[in-house]
Design a protein around this ligand. Structure first.
Ligand code: SF4
Length: 88
């Protein structure tokens, strides 16, 4: 009986470690490619230029795929546009 309890405890420890690792993997996966949906909506982000205005010639653009006004967003396209565009 004792060995059964020991095995159960060992199993629970391993299971807990596996479960604890899942959120870390999920967060790190999310950080690799993330969008700031709230800011995109409020600044009317669109995945295409507005005439000759686009992220690549905007003062706020942070190459390769960032924007100073959209923290945490790593998928800003160089040829996208939003209403906060400012000539570089
Ligand atoms: Fe950022 Fe908008 Fe400028 Fe693009 S156009 S870099 S999303 S402020």
């Amino acid at each position: 009986m004792k060995s059964s309890n020991t095995e159960r405890r060992h199993f629970l420890k391993i299971g807990g470690a596996v479960l604890a690792a899942i959120p870390v993997l999920a967060v790190s996966g999310h950080a690799a490619a993330a969008q700031n949906a709230a800011m995109r909506t409020s600044l009317k982000y669109q995945p295409k230029p507005e005439g000759d205005k686009q992220c690549s010639n905007c003062l706020q653009f942070a190459p390769a795929n960032g924007c100073k006004l959209m923290p945490g967003d790593t998928e800003i396209a160089a040829n996208a546009y939003c209403v906060a565009w400012v000539k570089k």
